[in-house]
Design a protein around this ligand. Structure first.
Ligand code: ATP
Length: 241
């Protein structure tokens, strides 16, 4: 469904953040992209979403194809309309708006009827978000904000959902709830997911295939269970010496 081939990304015409990255996200699968701080994970997601230009970054080589079409020169809005939606790192909610207003913003490419139906779906999925719908989102807990951020992306009816470090700063119990919901969506609706995480432990449980990135390059990839059993992955990413 989504294929990156030898992708190269440069910031400020000088800093190469992504080198020769090739990866595939097959339709209906959950694929994990793992790596530590600064490895280049968010840069890859920004390249796919077409928003690198906002940070003086550019794709200088390789290709990003979604269902056969190149996205490298596509506008961010066109990419969203094709169904590629990203939940950014740090959630990026409109902090002074209510939960429901944030969700409605996520449906801006959709009709009013689709927006109403989207709200119902998100509230059914995250009862906690429904309870908090009239509250100012800046006052919610980190876990609740992550749920709203995922809900907001779902309002745009994604076909491929990209999650940038959804577990960051959250308690294990909340991480579990969030991952269960994403996996249920994948199972029940066939939603394809590209999951970016530093937390390899939770990501490899959720994904069927994983890629490990270091200094802008993919250094290892394979089925999630094989990666989880790999000695190097255990030592460097899962904290087992
Ligand atoms: P994190 O988990 O910390 O977000 P990451 O794996 O997502 O890490 P990126 O944010 O993609 O890493 O960063 C990759 C490299 O690109 C880093 O060396 C970073 O300093 C650099 N970089 C990221 N954004 C910019 C920018 N706007 N301008 C210049 N360099 C950048």
């Amino acid at each position: 469904m989504l294929t990156l081939t030898n992708l190269q990304v440069l910031y400020d015409r000088s800093i190469q953040a992504v080198r020769d990255v090739s990866l595939t996200v097959p339709k209906g699968k959950v694929v994990a992209l793992l790596g530590s701080n600064g490895a280049g994970k968010s840069t890859i997601l920004k390249a796919i979403s077409g928003v690198l230009g906002q940070e003086d970054g550019e794709v200088i080589g390789g290709d990003i194809r979604f269902e056969g079409d190149s996205l490298v020169h596509a506008a961010p809005r066109a990419i969203i309309e094709r169904g590629l939606l990203q939940v950014p790192e740090g959630r990026a909610l409109f902090a002074t708006l209510t939960v429901e207003e944030n969700l409605i913003m996520g449906g801006y490419t959709r009709s009013p009827a689709e927006t109403r139906e989207g709200l119902e779906r998100v509230y059914a999925m995250f009862p906690r978000v429904k309870e908090r719908r009239k509250q100012i989102s800046g006052y919610l807990s980190g876990g609740e904000q992550q749920m709203v951020a995922i809900g907001r992306a779902l309002m745009g009816r994604p076909r491929l959902l990209m999650l940038d470090e959804p577990s960051l700063g959250l308690a294990p119990q909340i991480v579990e709830t969030i991952f269960e919901t994403v996996l249920a969506l994948n199972r029940d609706t066939g939603l394809t997911v590209l999951l970016v995480e530093q937390n390899a432990q939770v990501a490899l449980k959720a994904a069927s295939y994983g890629y490990i990135i270091e200094n802008g390059r993919i250094v290892l990839d394979g089925p999630a269970d094989k990666l989880a059993a790999n000695d190097d992955v255990q030592e460097f990413y899962l904290g087992f010496a």
